[in-house]
Design a protein around this ligand. Structure first.
Ligand SMILES: C[S@@+](CC[C@H](N)C(=O)[O-])C[C@H]1O[C@@H](n2cnc3c(N)ncnc32)[C@H](O)[C@@H]1O
Length: 242
């Protein structure tokens, strides 16, 4: 598996993040994936592998947003890997946001990482955040068409949304295509990788913003999840075949 290369200092920062996750896990349940391959493969490599598929590669002072960051994954890992990038990490759960804020500080990322405790549906209507980002990411937050509605309004012109997914079917692909069209985006690419240490198959779906996201989106809090713009109507297949 092609990986992006990390400097010893970046590797050290990720080891420090692991310590921080252990520490904060004992106070509030952030993630169970903190030891050995659970951390280095299922968290770190899973966060980073899509970077190796970006063409052109992500470089320079890009503005990113991680929606539903939970314990700061993938946002904190991406902030470490892309040293000129600035990130807004968003979650609706206050205790998670407090932990992520403290972890970002411990990693010395406080100048490049802002933590916002907010619903994605409200962030996407806030003029400080709507249409502002070069890249928007989400892992493990909701079905893909719902995540697309959270991320698309945040993208600026030429912005990209990266939807981290596990298995991916033709029905998933068609549903995302349908949602993306309504949001002024198109699916630019679908990338796949098999993580080592039996961590299984992952996909990333890359959406490109083609026009500004239409004003009705995101809809009111809870509506994107209750009434997704599209659903994968047929049962998922083992292998994507869009
Ligand atoms: C399963 S966790 C995944 C966390 C992290 N991204 C990861 O991959 O480990 C999903 C997170 O998304 C947050 N979330 C779900 N819906 C949200 C919304 N509409 N707005 C903000 N946060 C949301 C939840 O609070 C939760 O922390």
């Amino acid at each position: 598996m092609a990986l992006i290369s990390l400097s010893p200092a970046q590797h050290q920062a990720l080891a420090l993040l692991q310590q921080q996750l252990r520490r904060w896990n004992s106070r509030c349940n952030l993630t169970r994936l903190v030891e050995g391959d659970d951390y280095w493969v299922a968290q770190v490599q899973d966060s980073l592998w899509p970077l190796s598929r970006m063409s052109p590669p992500f470089r320079g002072p890009l503005q990113g947003v991680d929606v539903g960051t939970g314990g700061g994954i993938p946002g904190l890992v991406l902030a470490v890997a892309l040293p000129e990038s600035r990130w807004v990490l968003v979650d609706s759960v206050q205790r998670k946001c407090a932990a992520v804020q403290a972890m970002a500080g411990a990693l010395g990322l406080q100048d490049r990482v802002e933590v916002v405790c907010e619903r994605a549906e409200l962030l996407g209507r806030d003029a400080r955040y709507r249409g502002r980002f070069d890249v928007a990411v989400a892992r493990g937050v909701a079905p893909a068409p719902v995540v697309a509605e959270y991320l698309a309004p945040l993208l600026g012109s030429g912005g990209l949304a990266l939807l981290y997914r596990g298995r991916w079917s033709g029905a998933d692909h068609r549903a995302l295509q349908q949602a993306a069209r309504q949001l002024g985006c198109r699916i630019r690419a679908r990338e796949r990788c098999v993580l080592p240490a039996n961590r299984g198959q992952r996909h990333v779906l890359i959406l490109a913003a083609e026009t500004p996201c239409p004003a009705p989106y995101p809809r009111a809090v809870g509506i994107p999840a209750r009434r997704p713009l599209a659903t994968a109507s047929s049962p998922p297949t083992l292998e994507a075949n869009p």
